[in-house]
Design a protein around this ligand. Structure first.
Ligand SMILES: NC(=O)c1ccc[n+]([C@@H]2O[C@H](COP(=O)([O-])OP(=O)(O)OC[C@H]3O[C@@H](n4cnc5c(N)ncnc54)[C@H](O)[C@@H]3O)[C@@H](O)[C@H]2O)c1
Length: 253
């Protein structure tokens, strides 16, 4: 599949770490020119530098996806520097672990603003380019917890369930214009977020213990998600839209 995105500009949100970093690197290997949006400017720059060192094209932008003005300005900047944005991976995410009664309204609102409204902002900012091109690919990163539920994560799980519903509705709206919209709910991927939660005792066991209970007997890797994104972003995946593509080693079936 190498080179399948030649001539396209792609935006990957949360591209500075974990899943987003692997997605940005993989899309660049498919020859897309990649814009890494991340709250963490240093991480975004390191991601873009790693792509350039690998012979790819990438720019880094410090963007909080919950900030509409920042998203609009970032997308305009990418359009100027790389061309129309026809591939968008909404991956930026924030997790939260708290009992329902302890979640403040501010925390609830922030989590929804990043995970769900951020996806809305980025789609609204990029879709006009896709409509003009008559071609587009949107992949939204949800979470397997939206299938299974997860204690202490009502805000997170609600936001990710929202991403799944948003994906299905947008796919129906944009299908006639050559734009596909799909969602990947990852299940147990070994990333900095997962290791942070392991260190804080929030996983209900270690990464290795979870891997041993996973049907394929390993934790997922960011590259597992990146490979699925690269396929969904390709021309070959043009008949796949509105779908929830689980990448979870069989943990959710
Ligand atoms: N790791 C898993 O097992 C797992 C499982 C299910 C879902 N997910 C989802 O996958 C996505 C990536 O997770 P990860 O494990 O790679 O996490 P990570 O913490 O390693 O990386 C997340 C990146 O997103 C960036 N980010 C956070 N808030 C942002 C914002 N407001 N604007 C822009 N960038 C922002 C962070 O700076 C970071 O670089 C998230 O949406 C997460 O909810 C992960």
């Amino acid at each position: 599949m190498s080179g399948s995105l030649q001539g396209k500009a792609a935006v990957v949100t949360g591209g500075g770490s974990g899943i987003g970093l692997a997605v940005a690197q993989r899309l660049a290997r498919e020859k897309a020119a990649v814009a890494v949006f991340d709250l963490d400017a240093t991480a975004a720059k390191a991601a873009a530098d790693s792509i350039a060192a690998d012979g790819g094209t990438a720019v880094a932008l410090a963007v909080d996806v919950a900030d509409r003005d920042a998203v609009d300005q970032g997308m305009a900047d990418v359009r100027r520097r790389l061309g129309p944005v026809t591939v968008l991976v909404n991956n930026a995410g924030k997790e939260g672990f708290r009992r329902l009664l302890d979640i403040s309204v501010e925390e609830w609102n922030r989590l929804l603003a990043v995970n769900l409204t951020g996806t809305f902002h980025c789609c609204q900012a990029a879709v006009p380019d896709m409509v003009a091109a008559g071609w587009g690919r949107i992949v939204n990163i949800a979470s397997s917890s939206a299938h299974s539920g997860q204690p202490l994560m009502t805000h997170y799980v609600a936001s990710k369930a929202g991403v799944i519903g948003f994906t299905k509705a947008l796919a129906l709206e944009l299908g006639p214009q050559g734009i596909t919209v799909n969602t990947i709910p990852p299940g147990f991927i070994d990333t900095p977020m997962t290791r942070r939660n392991e260190a804080r005792g929030r996983l209900g066991g270690t990464v290795d213990e979870h891997a041993a209970r996973t049907p394929v007997r390993r934790a997922g890797t960011p590259e597992d998600i990146a490979a699925t994104c690269a396929f969904l972003a390709s021309d070959e995946a043009g008949y796949i839209t509105g779908q929830v593509i689980g990448v979870n080693g069989g943990r959710n079936t």
